[in-house]
Design a protein. Structure first.
Length: 276
């Protein structure tokens, strides 16, 4: 009989938290064997606090925390002339000659989230060597916290899993017609604190409201974001000709006015699969 392993991609945000708790409470037809949190090293402080609370619950699901290193440190060190690899985040770009704006290609999700989860599955759970195939009698099912109001992200994720071929994917929230709002209502009754949004403190997709909240409620996280914002404009490698910014106005983050309305470009969590 085949061994079936159910794994939750845990971002410790709203949707994946709802899935984990629903599984622990018996409200899903799934018991997760593992939940994997890919730590970028620069999550907001309340995400780490919430993760510790999830770990304290116990239950059958084993929560695994893995990292590819500290994303912020890699960005800062990589911007130096003698620095290492530069992890590309979707920073806003400004051409100083034409004033045209754009965004860099995003590599951070793949390198610091997706690949970390996949490596944990292969090395820590299955104990496979590099390039070793998943045994034929093992069925891996990864569960993603995409909700019913995110069909586009789910479709892109499904395509990626089908192309890879060594594991299957499920979207339990979509199967149960649960939106992000449905998850919030569920968590309000189940969790004794506000469940945070999962995204790095310097994620460029933040709205003004989120930047302001970070500045007021997480001074350490705000200082880190300002540090990264300044580092990406002082790139000594000479590989980026345009000016880079974390804020969509293409102004230094520390000088931005954050009390004005701004389109929320990133309503989803970084649930181990943002940008798929």
């Amino acid at each position: 009989m085949d061994r079936v392993i159910n794994i939750l991609n845990l971002g410790a945000g709203v949707q994946s938290t709802a899935l984990l708790l629903m599984s622990l409470d018996g409200d899903l037809d799934i018991e997760y064997d593992y939940a994997i949190f890919a730590d970028t090293g620069d999550e907001p402080e309340d995400v780490y606090t919430h993760l510790k609370w999830l770990q304290s619950l116990g239950g059958k699901t084993k929560i695994i925390v893995k990292t590819a290193g500290c994303l912020g440190d890699d960005i800062i060190n990589g911007s130096k002339a003698d620095g290492g690899r530069f992890a590309s985040i979707p920073a806003f770009t400004l051409d100083p000659q034409t004033a045209s704006k754009g965004m860099l290609r995003r590599q951070c999700t793949a390198e610091y989230k997706i690949n970390v989860v996949e490596k944990a599955i292969r090395r820590d759970i299955l104990k496979l060597k590099p390039r070793q195939r998943v045994p034929k009698d093992v069925t891996l099912i990864q569960h993603m916290g995409f909700s019913y109001d995110e069909p586009g992200r789910a479709a892109r994720a499904r395509g990626r899993f089908e192309a890879r071929g060594w594991s299957k994917v499920r979207f339990p929230l979509i199967e149960d017609y649960m939106t992000r709002h449905s998850c919030i209502l569920y968590l309000e009754k189940r969790v004794p604190h506000n469940v945070p949004r999962s995204a790095c403190v310097f994620c460029p997709y933040k709205s003004n409201r989120e930047w302001l909240s970070l500045k007021q409620e997480d001074p350490k996280g705000w200082a880190r974001a300002v540090e990264v914002d300044e580092a990406i404009r002082n790139d000594k490698r000479g590989k980026v000709t345009n000016e880079l910014y974390l804020h969509r106005t293409c102004k230094p983050l520390k000088d931005c006015h954050l009390d004005e309305d701004q389109l929320d470009l990133f309503s989803q969590e970084c649930e181990g699969g943002c940008g798929l």
